[in-house]
Design a protein around this ligand. Sequence first.
Ligand code: NAP
Length: 257
Amino acid sequence: MKARRLGPVVGLGTWNTFGGNTGLAREVVDEAFAYGTRLVDSSPMYGGAEASLGSALSGRREQAIVATKIWSGSVAAGQEHFRRQVEWFGRIEVEQVHNLVSWREHLPWLEEERAAGRIGQLGVTHYEASAFGELETALRTGRFQTLQVPLNPLERECEERLLPLASELGVAVIVMRPLAEGALLRRPPSAEQLKPLRELGVTSWTQALLKWALSDARVDVVIPATRDPEHARANAAAGEPPWFGPDERRLVERLAG
Ligand SMILES: NC(=O)c1ccc[n+]([C@@H]2O[C@H](COP(=O)([O-])OP(=O)(O)OC[C@H]3O[C@@H](n4cnc5c(N)ncnc54)[C@H](OP(=O)(O)O)[C@@H]3O)[C@@H](O)[C@H]2O)c1
């Protein structure tokens, strides 16, 4: 699979997927890793997913790029949760402040953990366009190395200011909701409508959507979430070039309509 600054370009989201089910977590991660996925994204908000992910990574932890989050209004509770993350993962490659919660308060201790080597990069995330102004403020501090935002043909607000800013600052971009939480998959286009994309290696509408996001060179990794090992395999296949040009991107936007 093609790799950018955060490793292979198709990662794995874990919201609303295997939760605390360690057996299912292993099945999904086995399949995703077999097809080249390496970045896994989680959060304390995802109902036990961090612990089951930690268990699913045992024996191959060094291959994984763990992106997870601190989601806490207080520094003490954030630090306590971080202690558990270190037990599950050893080290966190990308530690993100979830939904910007208390980001100014968390930054100093997160930077200390980074200096001590327990964190690789620091990031910020938000899922709502109304918070993008504050995401900009956070990025302009120069203290975050990654940004996580939604991007799909129905949610493009980050293209206006955040993606240009991330480019300017050298901040790596993680795309959440590349399939619009599944909403874009409910009425998939026909095989005939997807025909122009077939010669670019696209075999499904899901792959077309993932390639649509990855065809923006400012994007480093997409993190489609799935509880289905077969879906994890199919999604990983979208991580191979060629990428779309303007015509193919417009076609996907029209079909997503
Ligand atoms: N949504 C948010 O607000 C939010 C916020 C912060 C971070 N994130 C992060 O971003 C990740 C991705 O976003 P998301 O989970 O909201 O939405 P998403 O990845 O856009 O969509 C997930 C949905 O797509 C389905 N799906 C995935 N691959 C498929 C395939 N090959 N074929 C058919 N269906 C497929 C999944 O169902 P199956 O399980 O049946 O495959 C699931 O219902 C999250 O898991 C999380 O790590 C999300």
